[in-house]
Design a binder for this molecule. Structure first.
Ligand code: MF3
Ligand code: CO
Length: 250
């Protein structure tokens, strides 16, 4: 069942999204060679506490941390750790913020120092793919239109789309219906309706889309060891189109 949200519920999620967006903006200032993802994780915990918010991922299905921090060939759900980031690394920081019971979810890939052009391009295309998906998210379209557009764009640029992890409805729980794949067919899937709130979070790989799970049961990485990037926003569907609840530019 897809739970549609009231204007009031969406307003609550927008407040959570605002805190999350400002947290990402702060991360972008401190993330550099020498810092560890555990330090970033601690920074996030402290930042959210100051804002009166909580990290919803911590304890979710026994996930142990406030953030996921996925480095280089890690696709998603990397564990924060005590290892210094180095020039040329890329790191995806993903978190879900709970503010007064309303949730928002957003991931961002950061470049550490100077990175090769090829990886720079991977980041750029992945971010663009997210916005291409958001542009498809309006009443009259179906969920499949989002994935179709993202897949077309990413593959045309020579990259591949991860299949095993998808966007999702979100509200008072992290994962609700509908599933929002980042690949698929036009005109397929549920109709997009006013009051839907869901994430779009394409994971795009430089090489092939094959994944392998780490022994920790959480972290997914590319089989070929090539880099993977991800950008994620939480969006709400209104009569006037999608609103990005986790937008960083407001
Ligand atoms: N933020 C993740 C997502 O985009 C949720 C991860 S669940 C966790 O779907 F437990 F790993 F945190
Ligand atoms: Co997320």
């Amino acid at each position: 069942m897809i739970v549609l949200k009231s204007k009031r519920e969406i307003e609550g999620m927008r407040l959570a999204g605002g805190i999350l967006a400002s947290c990402h903006k702060e991360i972008s200032k401190i993330i550099k060679p020498g810092i560890t993802t555990m330090e970033i994780n601690s920074f996030v915990e402290e930042f959210l506490k100051e804002k009166g918010a909580t990290p919803e991922q911590k304890g979710y299905r026994d996930y142990p941390y406030a953030t996921c921090a996925s480095i280089n060939d890690e696709i998603c759900h990397g564990f924060p750790r005590e290892e210094q980031l180095r020039t040329g690394d890329i790191v995806t920081i993903d978190m879900v913020v709970n503010y007064n019971g309303a949730l928002a979810d957003s991931a961002w890939t950061y470049a550490i120092g100077q990175i090769p052009n090829e990886i720079e391009n991977l980041l750029k295309i992945t971010e663009e793919a997210l916005y291409i998906g958001i542009n498809q998210s309006h009443i009259g379209n179906r969920i499949g239109d989002i994935g179709y557009a993202i897949q077309q764009y990413a593959e045309e640029k020579g990259f591949s789309v991860v299949r095993e992890f998808v966007g999702h409805g979100i509200g008072s729980a992290i994962h609700e219906k509908p599933n929002v794949p980042h690949f698929g067919l036009q005109g397929k899937g549920p109709r997009i309706k006013e009051g839907m709130v869901f994430t779009i979070e394409p994971m795009i790989n430089l090489g092939g889309n094959g994944i392998r799970m780490d022994g920790n049961g959480w972290t997914a990485r590319t089989i070929d060891g090539k880099y993977s990037a991800q950008y994620e926003h939480t969006i709400a569907i209104t009569k006037d189109g999608p609103i990005i609840l986790t937008a960083q530019n407001r």
